[in-house]
Design a protein around this ligand. Structure first.
Ligand code: PLP
Length: 672
């Protein structure tokens, strides 16, 4: 006898569940416990990885909309950021406890990864408790970091390490030297020899014993996209021979005890842990030698590079990493300890500059889909026939395509494919030579897409996809037009083909029936996403839901056609916290999106901590030196003239001017 639950299971079988969606989009793989899906089919954020504490993203977007904050919007989760920092702290604490390492660990946050004040302030405040620090790579960053570290923890109590990388001028170094006198734990890291001379000069001038770091060019190469950050050809650091000269130079000035830190940086997003192990090995050997030569070294700075598993595959390729935070920590501690123990050198304070790994998880962009364009499976036959009748002579490729379309069977799929591609190519050359009408060209397109759809469907039914058909699914996938700028919000997707996980944030209890690529609202054909994360394959289209017609609004009295004929459909782009905000640009004058900080209150309701409004049109125009008052004046004069000459009524003129003024104050993205 069937029990109720088995009946229910049978009923549920074959039905799409949120778990299916989670699997499809790989949410558990790349979300690493921070991202989930709830029973309502909405994406959730688990800021502390605790399943009892979840934020429903769709609810947040609805709530923001009620408050007049529209997509695209960047959501930042301070609690995720805090959780990540604690996770890194704990991974190193555990590794050091396990291996009896006594030197300690500190992570300094390189603010170049995300300099937004709200992000940096939170890190600076946590840094006091976690014994972390900050890193600056340029003059403006140094000034920001000096200010940030002054407020964190209260004035005068703050010894957090401040590491200064990058090229420095005399003023930069003078600032570092004076900050030492102020009581800061600041370490300028020598990238080229002349910087050392400046440090010594200013130290003498102000009678300060500065703490000095040296970046060394290792012979170990990095790996992947940023491999040139290390190696002897790298832009930064001293050759080993120069390191020795630096030792002599400091000794001659009686400052060898000031040489406190040795640094290297082997590149970002190190996907293979072996690369790191080799570099640490070499770096620690140099450290031990410096110790032996009498330098006052106490800190070993292994740079950044701890990666993020963007695609969830845990593998050694550029969108992923083949290690966990725990493994990273254990390997670093092990290498440093074994080399130092062998050389009988005291364990140094290990410093890492892990930027990406700290902040990537904490930001999510939510954007709305404006509409779609698709390559239809069903040609409009009556229209095609009517168009053919209007021709004096129907071009041969059209007849061929029609024939192919009608005569396709399971057995001649490959033949049909070849015939249709050939007919399409012939048609296109006829058209460009002026021998084909526009209606006939339209018929060709429709028939070709229809044949391709049929081919794909039949091949899938047979369970085999001939090699030649492999590009078909992507060339037939829909285009989803999305309200965002790739260049502003995910520039690395364009610049270096970085993959970011993308998924709808709702409707996950419905099976997605379409496949599509995403296109942004810039006029740039590069403004599209056509590669998606997947654990196994190079995925060139994303499973998406059909846009649903919006229910007619009973309150809308107007009989004018509506612009947005569909229910809102929202997509989330995840792991955007590192590098994207600051690398984003103003292509097409699309500015910063709104950014909203979200957290959970003690009763598990989401709340808004902070709203940072996106750029207005006025702001982006002023970046490119427009004077908004001038623009308004010019428009007003032109409208005034048009009204006087009767081309516009005064009411129309007034409306146009109002749109212009409102537009200048408004968001740079499309608004409902
Ligand atoms: C960019 C940079 C970092 C940060 O690297 P991540 O890969 O984000 O951890 C650290 N140190 C230096 C010197 C850098 O240039």
């Amino acid at each position: 006898m069937a029990t109720i639950s088995s009946v229910k299971n049978a009923f549920l079988q074959g039905r799409w569940t949120p778990e299916d969606a989670s699997r499809l989009y790989g949410i558990a793989d790349w979300g690493k416990g921070y991202i989930g899906v709830n029973n309502a089919g909405h994406v959730t954020v688990l800021p502390t990885k605790d399943p009892a504490r979840q934020i429903d993203l769709h609810e947040v977007i609805q709530g923001l909309k009620e408050r007049g904050i529209h997509t695209p919007v960047l959501l930042r989760f301070n609690d995720i950021l805090e959780h990540r920092l604690r996770e890194i702290r704990k991974a190193f604490d555990d590794a050091m406890a396990d291996q009896a390492y006594v030197g300690g660990y500190s992570c300094v946050y390189p603010i170049k990864v995300n300099q937004q004040r709200h992000v940096c302030e939170q890190i600076a405040n946590l840094a006091v408790e976690l014994n972390f620090g900050l890193e600056a790579g340029s003059k403006p960053e140094l000034l920001a970091v000096l200010g940030l570290s002054a407020t964190a923890g209260g004035p005068g109590v703050n010894g957090m390490p401040i590491i200064c990388n990058g090229f420095k001028d005399s003023e930069f170094i003078e600032t570092c030297v004076l900050a030492t006198k102020l009581g800061r734990n600041i370490l300028p890291v020598v990238e080229k020899f002349s910087e050392l001379e400046l440090i010594v000069k200013h130290a003498k001038q102000y009678n300060v014993r500065p703490r000095i770091g040296i970046r060394v060019k290792l012979s170990s190469r990095g790996a992947g996209r940023w491999e040139s950050s290390a190696g002897v050809r790298s832009k930064f650091g001293l050759f080993v021979s120069e390191v020795l000269q630096a030792v002599e130079y400091l000794k001659a000035h009686d400052m060898l005890d000031c040489l406190n830190l040795l640094h290297c940086h082997v590149g970002s997003q190190l996907y293979d842990i072996r690369v790191l192990k080799n570099a640490i090995n070499e770096l620690t050997h140099i450290y031990c030698e410096l110790h032996r030569l009498g330098a006052g070294v106490t800190m070993l700075d292994i740079g950044g590079g701890m990666g993020v598993d963007y695609d969830g595959s845990q593998s050694a390729w550029s969108s992923s990493i083949n290690y966990s935070v725990q493994e990273y920590a254990a390997d670093v501690v092990y290498r440093v300890k074994s080399v130092c123990d062998d050389a009988k050198v005291p364990h140094p304070l290990i410093v890492s500059e892990s930027g990406r790994a700290m902040v990537a998880y904490s930001s999510i962009l939510v954007l709305d889909v404006l509409g779609t364009s698709r390559f239809e499976a069903n040609p409009d036959m009556p229209a095609i026939e009517k168009a053919m009748k209007a021709e004096t002579e129907v071009p041969q490729p059209v007849l061929d395509l029609l024939d192919t379309y009608r005569s396709m069977t399971d057995r001649n799929l490959l033949e049909a494919y070849h015939d249709s591609t050939q007919a399409r190519d012939e048609a296109m050359s006829l058209f460009s030579l002026g021998y084909m009408s526009l209606p006939m060209r339209a018929a060709v397109e429709q028939l070709f897409w229809a044949i391709s759809h049929k081919l794909l469907e039949r091949a899938a039914k047979k369970g085999e996809l001939p090699e030649e058909f492999e590009s078909l699914p992507e060339s037939l996938s829909d285009i989803y037009f999305c309200n965002f700028s790739l260049f502003q919000s995910m520039p690395d997707s364009w610049a270096i083909d970085q993959l970011f996980p993308i998924a709808p944030i709702h409707r996950l209890n419905e099976e997605p029936q379409r496949r599509g690529i995403l296109s942004d609202i810039t006029c740039d054909s590069d403004g599209k996403v056509d590669h998606f994360v997947d654990k196994r394959v190079d995925k060139k289209s994303l499973e998406l839901h059909e846009l649903r017609e919006a229910a007619p609004d009973p309150l809308a009295a107007s009989s004018l056609p509506k612009g947005h004929g569909h229910e809102p459909y929202y997509l989330g782009v995840f792991l955007l916290g590192a590098y994207q905000e600051i690398l984003g640009d103003l292509h097409n004058l699309l500015g910063d999106t709104h950014a909203v900080h979200i957290s959970l209150d003690s009763s598990n309701h989401w709340e808004i901590d902070e709203v940072i409004e996106g750029d207005t049109v006025e702001e982006v125009l002023s970046y490119v030196q427009y004077d908004v008052a001038d623009l308004k004046r010019a428009m007003r004069q032109d409208i005034e003239a048009a009204c006087r000459q009767g081309r516009l009524t005064f009411a129309e003129g007034k409306s146009l001017l109002k749109y212009y003024d409102d537009g200048l104050e408004g968001y740079t993205y499309l608004e409902e």
